[in-house]
Design a binder for this molecule. Structure first.
Ligand SMILES: [Cu+2]
Length: 152
């Protein structure tokens, strides 16, 4: 009787605090863009900076994008001579750190485009993580800026 009352008080005082604490963790997305491609292209890719604010490693396991047959997680690697894209089961995000998905490195591959992704258009994207966290963002289609940087 006495124990159960203590337990009830314990629950009352701890659960609101722990819930608030858990809600402070998030995975933030910045500088997201989808690469603008010629209108008949069958694939493109999405890039962004992902910041994992959880105190443990989180894996990006899948991405949902309307109008795309298949969304894969890719990493571009070099075997010494040739750069090639390799499909990955997930993208690892170490605790309290950021990873930049960019051309020539990690990226979200969009294969089989069922609609147009013209420059300037905005698309809803959902990122799904292995801890159950989901992040919904809107991503704008932009031209790749590398060529401009080479001229500077
Ligand atoms: Cu790829």
């Amino acid at each position: 009787m006495k124990l159960s009352r203590i337990f009830a008080i314990f629950i009352m005082f701890t659960s609101p605090i722990s819930m608030t604490y858990a809600n402070n963790y998030s995975i933030d997305i910045e500088d997201a863009w989808i690469r603008a491609m010629p209108s008949k292209a069958m694939s493109t890719a999405a890039f962004m900076k992902i910041t994992n604010k959880f105190p443990n490693e989180v894996k990006l396991i899948s991405v949902d994008i309307d109008g795309v047959q298949s969304v894969e997680l890719h990493k571009t690697v070099s075997d010494g001579k040739v750069m090639k894209m390799v499909k990955q089961s997930h993208i690892p995000l170490p605790a309290n750190s950021s990873l930049v998905l960019k051309p020539g490195s990690w990226h979200i591959m969009m294969i089989g485009l069922e609609k147009q992704f013209p420059e300037g258009s905005v698309h809803q994207v959902q990122l799904n993580f292995d801890n159950g966290f989901k992040q919904n963002i809107k991503i704008k289609v932009k031209k790749h800026q590398i060529q401009m940087m080479h001229h500077m």
